[in-house]
Ligand binder design. Structure first.
Ligand SMILES: Nc1nc2c(ncn2[C@@H]2O[C@H](COP(=O)(O)OP(=O)(O)OP(=O)(O)O)[C@@H](O)[C@H]2O)c(=O)[nH]1
Length: 318
């Protein structure tokens, strides 16, 4: 019965999201372009690129496709796999293979015992040894460059590599907001045998995100400061995505009764459920009355945070 209700509702969901006149270019602060330059300048000193991406958006235009970065061996780490839909894994791998990306690992680097984090050092050493190292042939140690958009877990992965291979603690500051990794750090050791170091870079974006939808997915996953995009539109895009992917756990979480494609309705119910309401005075013809208004911003904030923490289920957006 419940499934029938959901399926009946499915026909009412939007097929496309209306992005209006939005322009992604305003969403990416200037330091990202600077980071890209620093990254290229450091390329001579590295043997391999370790590209970290969010497993929920694996097909976003990536740095490795751009210019000079492609000359180094490359490992794509799709991190935050604990938040992505495991049933999409094989499809993602197949599509990446078809686009020429062969070396891919899925990680959840917050999990102490993630098996794939353990595989990174041996796989990187193998990749480096399988190709000429050019002017770095005499080097006894391996050097990696870690790249990725903000907030995908670069610092967390570096810390996980140190924890796993050196039994050492944190070298990189971890933050919940995009853009914590601001400076290009000097070399950080991640393994003794073989000696392996890496340089951390600011979370830099590719110079051009191909369309607004890609930008919106990045925003939803927390790689752009929310206020640059607007929490109301991120929340609406989240609702659109959950319905499109038939991920309806939000219905029970917020006591909605049935799925809805109307963000105002959903936010109102979230606000009421969470007690995020405000009492405001209204002037009417028969005198002043106090009415209870839902706090839409607080509700949008909660909805987005719940998605980012995985509380709305494991979702792959691509
Ligand atoms: N669920 C989950 N969260 C993660 C994972 N890795 C990192 N995080 C969280 O994602 C947030 C960002 O992590 P960071 O390691 O600071 O990311 P970063 O890429 O270095 O961020 P910038 O400094 O902004 O470039 C933090 O709240 C981490 O706890 C993961 O595998 N799974």
């Amino acid at each position: 019965m419940r499934l029938q209700n959901i399926l009946r509702n499915a026909s009412k969901f939007r097929d496309v999201f209306d992005f209006g006149e939005r322009q992604v270019t305003h969403w990416f602060p200037g330091h990202m372009a600077k980071g890209m330059k620093q990254m290229k300048a450091n390329l001579k000193k590295v043997d391999c690129i370790l590209e970290i991406h969010d497993a929920r958006i694996s097909f976003v235009e990536r740095h490795i496709n751009t210019q000079s970065l492609a000359i180094r061996p490359h490992l794509l780490v799709l991190n935050k796999m604990d938040l992505a839909d495991p049933s999409c894994k094989q499809r993602v791998l197949k599509q990446l293979r078809e686009s020429g990306v062969r070396n891919v690992l899925f990680t959840d680097c917050l999990r102490q015992t993630d098996e794939n984090v353990k595989k990174i050092v041996p796989l990187v050493a193998e990749l480096i040894d399988s190709r000429p190292r050019y002017h770095r042939e005499e080097e006894m140690s391996y050097c990696l460059m870690v790249i990725g958009v903000p907030n995908v877990g670069k610092s967390s992965l570096i810390n996980a590599l140190r924890r796993t291979n050196l039994k050492k603690g944190k070298a990189s500051k971890v933050g919940g907001e995009p853009g914590i990794t601001k400076a290009v750090l000097t070399k950080i050791q991640v393994c003794e045998r073989p000696p392996m170091f890496l340089v951390d870079t600011p979370g830099v974006f590719p110079p051009a995100v191909e369309n607004v939808e890609t930008g919106m997915k990045l925003a939803l996953c927390g790689t752009i400061l929310d206020h640059l995009v607007g929490e109301d539109v991120i929340a609406d895009y989240l609702l659109y995505s959950l319905n499109r992917l038939e991920k309806f756990s939000y219905v029970d979480r917020y006591d909605l009764g049935e799925p809805s494609d109307d963000i105002q309705h959903v936010l109102k119910r979230i606000a009421v459920k969470l007690g995020k309401t405000q009492r405001v005075k209204a002037i009417t013809g028969v005198g002043d009355i106090t009415i209870t208004m839902p706090n839409y911003s607080a509700a949008a904030y909660d909805f987005i945070r719940a998605f980012r923490k995985g509380d709305l289920g494991r979702v792959t957006l691509d």
